[in-house]
Design a protein around this ligand. Sequence first.
Ligand code: A4P
Ligand code: MG
Length: 185
Amino acid sequence: MTRSIDCLIAVGSNLGDRLEHLRAGIAAIDALHGVHVTDVSSLYETAPVGGPEQQGPYLNAALRVETTRDAAGLLSELHRIEAERNRVRRIRWGPRTLDLDLLVHGDTVSDTAELRVPHPRQHERRFVLVPVCDIAADVKHPLIGRSMASLLDEVASAEDDLILVAQQWHRDSDEVDSWLHCEIE
Ligand code: A4P
Ligand code: MG
């Protein structure tokens, strides 16, 4: 039997109907052969870090996933799902309908342009670490060797850089304020 690998994926959107993009992305990941979403973090609205000025705020969350796929195979499926949500890459860190970043894939380490795991900037970013700590606070960063909770402790926070929007949100039946379904341009 193929070994099942514990993974973390960051999800983000700051263009169009952000909630819809994230929900559809999670459903598509869970529907992949050999992939099972085991946990979903709370949903956060976060101020954009980097990229062009005047882009809209992000919705960010994190997923825990079990998979029998290797990291490259899983990432190529994540890119396909992004493309299904009309993700267009124009400018680095520019607005996007759906961003799916593979943060951790078991103890896999890769540093090529096509596949960087663990994701190189995750341990510096509250918009990644805060959701990750909802579902995987004790998971150790495969290279740094420290828990996600201890990495979060060291990241400086600015006022209003991140607000909790909802704890239960990723299924259609969940109750989420209707403002979340607004279109961001
Ligand atoms: N790539 C290689 N390894 C990976 C991996 N583990 N996961 C390649 C995902 N992609 C990986 O990615 C750029 C290239 O990295 C692709 O060719 C991919 O095959 P991308 O999705 O086109 O662009 P990106 O996500 O903008 O790139 P990058 O450099 O990973 O961005 P970051 O560092 O993730 O930052 N502010 C807030 N508040 N919330 C956000 O979610 N996101 C970013 C993106 C910036 N600011 C943000 C947010
Ligand atoms: Mg990305």
